[in-house]
Design a binder for this molecule. Structure first.
Ligand code: FES
Length: 506
């Protein structure tokens, strides 16, 4: 083979690897900001990011390998891996620096790729630090390419290089302007609004009510005179403001890509305190109802494999998640209930997805589902919604970083004797004392906070507020304490402060 071909391989693979790297980083930023949310079926977007970075690694290896055969480069193997060892100085005479930067980039690239492949096994914070170093990588690669490339005089190369540097700069600016973790940004975009002083209520018309199963009423809503409903993502719920003064949250269970209506399914709870029983007795097609949301406390995170576990009416958020799954995504659903006749959407799910849906009806199989067998060898993310015993069983079996759940009712989280503490409302600059026997929510609202609440039991998430300083004692059941601390929120209807001082973004 003509050895000059290796020179072409060296140059072209470098440019391709650089381009792929920039596109991959930009795509990753788009993913984290969820700008693409309306199109965001959380599978292929992440896959594309991974494919792009994987291809960047392959072309980088090709670039490095071909240097050994490039007749104009004169590299030995140690030159490729030991910074400052190569004598090559490139187009610009900057000594060994351009190549040393290239070697450094290679190590960063490999570190980012390897830690991404091992993401599930690594501490999240460690993975993030390494992953974020890819911003440094795209920047340093630009210098390496500009200083060591032999094509820098070619106008095509210049245009490409300038475009890549421009996109790199845009990506870094976007990252600097939106510095919060992906989870917080996603939460904001998806409707979780800490300090939600505006309840965003609107009147929705009920177009249809139907029996989704024994004791379960399906309800479809539209916005009158409007063809398209506001977009939402799987796991979201809406709050129904009932004429009897009660507010009740229900998960949206229709297909998130179908923007013609919202659907919920409401179980007529035997322990109803006037919410579900009122709905079953009174709601009819043609009525209008005040509705707020959608809001989301049960986000579907990107994963290559999912296990959904639903108990009874817990199927509602799962159904929306399943509807949003790309065709090739690996997932299974365990759907447990007392009997098929009491399990909403069971026939529809089985007909549509076949063996992916495992139905466990107590009156058919008896006993409880074999969760250990279900989880054996499973390394993906687990989403659970159902009664407390089912939830606890999964909490005992699945590591917290892979488990996501939503509760129906509050768990008893006794923190012992309550202590008074100082509360600072940062926006009004007020400092108040929260007494031992007073809820934080009451203290906030008594001092002009106007924080909206609903369940008052730490279940619905309506009263979410951002913590600026201090350590909360989380006593709610909305999400795991780790998740709340990671995104810096608390639920003041039940939660309190661990120290003497708490500063909230109100
Ligand atoms: S009001 Fe429901 S969590 Fe606070």
């Amino acid at each position: 083979m003509n050895p000059v071909i290796w020179n072409y391989v060296t140059r072209s693979s470098a440019l391709i690897a650089w381009s792929l790297l920039v596109i991959s980083v930009m795509w990753g930023i788009l993913l984290s900001t969820r700008i693409l949310k309306p199109k965001d079926s959380p599978g292929w977007l992440l896959d594309l990011h991974r494919w792009l970075s994987g291809l960047a690694v392959i072309f980088t290896i090709l670039h490095i390998g071909s240097l050994l055969y490039d007749p104009y480069a004169d590299f030995q193997i140690p030159d490729l891996f030991i910074p400052f060892r190569s004598k090559y100085t490139g187009a610009a005479s900057l000594g060994p620096w351009p190549i040393a930067l290239g070697v450094l980039c290679f190590y960063i690239l490999i570190a980012v790729q390897v830690t991404s492949l091992m993401m599930k096994k690594l501490p999240r914070r460690f993975w993030k630090v390494i992953h974020y170093s890819s911003y440094v990588l795209v920047l340093v690669v630009s210098f390496h390419a500009g200083w060591s490339g032999t094509d820098t005089r070619a106008w095509m190369y210049r245009i490409t290089a300038l475009a890549l540097i421009f996109f790199t700069t845009v990506a870094l600016i976007v990252r600097i302007l939106f510095p919060k973790p992906a989870k917080t940004l996603a939460a904001t975009v998806e409707g979780r609004r800490p300090n939600q002083n505006i309840e965003n209520k609107r009147n929705l018309a009920i177009t249809k009510t139907y029996s989704a199963a024994t004791g379960i009423l399906g309800i479809d809503f539209i916005i009158p005179m409007q063809e398209v409903m506001p977009s939402w993502v799987p796991g979201s719920h809406i709050t129904l403001h009932l004429p009897n003064g009660l507010k009740r949250q229900y998960s949206l269970c229709s297909d998130p890509t179908d923007r013609t209506h919202y659907s919920v399914a409401v179980l007529n709870s035997p322990n109803s305190r006037g919410g579900s029983s009122w709905i079953h007795e009174n709601l009819k097609a043609g009525m209008t109802l005040e509705v707020s949301g959608p809001h989301n406390h049960f986000e579907l995170e990107h994963a290559s494999e999912y296990l959904f576990v639903a108990g009874g009416i817990g199927i509602t958020p799962m159904k929306a998640m399943i509807d949003s799954m790309p065709h090739r995504r690996h997932w299974r659903l365990l759907y447990a209930g007392r009997s098929r006749s009491s399990m909403a959407f069971v026939d529809e799910l089985v007909a549509e997805h076949g063996s992916k849906v495992i139905v466990h009806a107590d009156d058919e199989q008896g006993g409880i589902p074999d969760l250990d067998a279900l989880l054996a060898g499973f390394e993906g993310h687990v989403y659970v919604c159902g009664p407390e015993p089912l939830l606890n069983a999964m909490i005992q079996r699945v590591p917290a970083q892979r488990l996501h759940f939503e509760r129906f009712s509050a768990v008893d989280r006794d923190s012992g004797e309550s202590e008074s503490f100082e509360l600072k409302l940062s926006r009004s600059n007020k400092t108040v004392t929260v007494a031992k026997d007073e809820t934080l929510l009451d203290a906030i609202n008594a001092n002009g906070g106007a924080l909206i609440s609903s369940c008052g039991e730490g279940v619905c998430g309506t009263c979410e507020v951002r913590v600026l300083k201090g350590t909360p004692i989380h006593l709610d059941s909305v999400m795991s304490d780790e998740d709340k601390d990671a995104i810096g929120v608390m639920y003041p209807c039940v939660s309190r402060a661990a120290g003497k001082e708490l500063v909230l973004d109100i």
